[in-house]
Design a protein around this ligand. Structure first.
Ligand SMILES: NC(=O)c1ccc[n+]([C@@H]2O[C@H](COP(=O)([O-])OP(=O)(O)OC[C@H]3O[C@@H](n4cnc5c(N)ncnc54)[C@H](OP(=O)(O)O)[C@@H]3O)[C@@H](O)[C@H]2O)c1
Length: 269
């Protein structure tokens, strides 16, 4: 039986950041729906291992594309590598973080965060959405973060990139709803992946509760195309709700600064 997902989004999905964490978990969820996958990232061994696992378990086809998405060469590699493939579902999970006092952070590193978290998503969306719009069929899952909704001192530039993604997604939803192209934006809280480990933050000193990448991905795919904003985890949804309804930006910015100051490695302040 052809799954609803396949009816709606066709044969192929493309997932960036598929070698690890949330992107990898999303790839597995989508393979379970019977879609073939283009897996994008820089790490060949991890991507090929995932491709083999997915092919054996879910009997779908896979294609690995090695690309550094923070530069135009990598974007070109994705575009040329998918010329013969009709991508009906685009999942943009590749991302990096950078934390620490903004004034001390390396500007080059902050610009790299913008290149990957913003520019690559803009370029890939602009490319793949054209065909979806023409065919009146398709979907894009953007990966933002709770930091897009709540001021996040010491993650200032990273949080700003995630706000861009949230804003792009919500506006595109308006443009593309009538064209039958589904847009959802996933805003996870802290998730147990390499991105949140060993980054100089002691999460145990915050009230943050982490989720597994698998649980985040499950909620994302269950709600994709049904909800515009997907915040995985009840606790994260309550947090976002309270922040939006009851607290001012100044209160949130100042209280989060106090909280993170205790959790961040002091050399970064
Ligand atoms: N973990 C969290 O707490 C959390 C919370 C909210 C939102 N998010 C968002 O979730 C997304 C996935 O993060 P994650 O937690 O799953 O982190 P992760 O496990 O570190 O995965 C990051 C992925 O991005 C890819 N990537 C990094 N630099 C790249 C580049 N230059 N070109 C191409 N691919 C690149 C990596 O693949 P290669 O190394 O193979 O290139 C990897 O697959 C990110 O957008 C992140 O902002 C994460």
């Amino acid at each position: 039986m052809v799954s609803d997902f396949k009816n709606k989004y066709g044969e192929w999905a493309l997932i960036t950041g598929a070698s690890s964490g949330i992107g990898k978990a999303l790839a597995i969820e989508i393979a379970q729906k019977g879609l073939n996958l283009v897996l994008v990232g820089r790490r060949q061994v991890e991507l090929e291992e995932l491709a083999r696992e997915i092919q054996n378990k879910y009997k779908v086809s896979t294609k690995v594309l090695l690309a550094d998405l923070s530069c135009q060469t990598g974007i070109n590699a994705v575009i040329s590598g998918t010329q013969q493939i009709d991508i009906g579902l685009l999942v943009l999970s590749a991302g990096i973080e950078n934390n620490g006092a903004f004034v001390k952070n390396n500007l080059e590193k902050e610009l790299q965060v913008i290149e990957l978290n913003i520019v690559s998503c803009l370029k890939l969306t602009h490319h793949f959405i054209k065909q979806m719009e023409r065919q009146k069929k398709g979907g894009v899952l953007f990966v933002s973060s709770l930091t897009a909704h709540i001021p996040s001192p010491y993650f200032s530039n990273y949080a700003a990139t995630k706000s861009y993604i949230f804003s792009l997604a919500t506006s595109l939803y308006g443009e593309l709803k009538s064209k039958n192209v589904d847009i959802s934006v996933l805003s996870p809280g802290v998730t147990d992946t390499p991105m949140s480990e060993n980054i100089g933050i002691d999460w145990s000193k915050t009230p943050v509760m982490t989720m597994s990448a698998e649980d985040v991905a499950k909620e994302a795919i269950q709600n994709f195309g049904k909800k515009l904003l997907i915040i995985p985890g009840k606790r994260n949804r309550i947090l976002a709700f309270i922040a939006k309804k009851f607290l001012s930006y100044t209160t949130l910015a100042l209280s989060n600064q106090k909280m993170m100051q205790k959790a961040i490695n002091p050399v970064k302040l």
